[in-house]
Design a protein around this ligand. Structure first.
Ligand code: NI
Length: 138
């Protein structure tokens, strides 16, 4: 990490009030740290969109395991992309539902394509993906 540089910033009062409330809700006590986190988030998103950077995506899905075809499709997707699925955790949530948390790694574009495919598989009750890249933030 490089040294810190100070810089001034101007902002409308209304916007600052909203930002202060956002910081309080998120538990920030330091305005600079809150702004740094927002900038890191924007840079990660930008790199992700660029598609080439080494990226890590976390995909969480919930599905009904009674649908054999769905379980089989989801397992098939993971085996077909074995190099990109670096970890998988399966939790039996209740009598019907399973939750899977998958860690995907590869070029941003490829990770996003696979994650979107898994989340969008018909029968997935809920799914979401978060992502990060090291190049943008370290
Ligand atoms: Ni299960």
């Amino acid at each position: 990490m490089s040294g810190m540089t100070r810089f001034g910033m101007s902002m409308e009062e209304d916007l600052l009030d909203k930002f202060e409330r956002y910081m309080k809700r998120k538990g920030y006590t330091n305005r600079s740290e809150a702004i740094r986190d927002l900038i890191r988030d924007a840079l990660v998103k930008d790199e992700w969109d660029g598609g080439e950077a080494d990226s890590i995506g976390t995909v969480t899905i919930v599905y009904d395991h009674h649908s054999r075809e769905l379980s089989s499709k989801l397992t098939h997707s993971q085996h077909q992309n074995i190099g990109q699925v670096v970890a998988a955790m399966h939790v039996h949530v209740d009598a019907h539902h399973c939750l899977e948390a998958l860690i995907l790694r590869g070029k941003g574009r490829d990770v996003k394509t696979l994650g979107d495919h898994i989340v969008g598989t018909k029968g997935v009750v809920h799914g979401q993906m978060t992502f990060t890249t090291l190049e943008a933030i370290v």
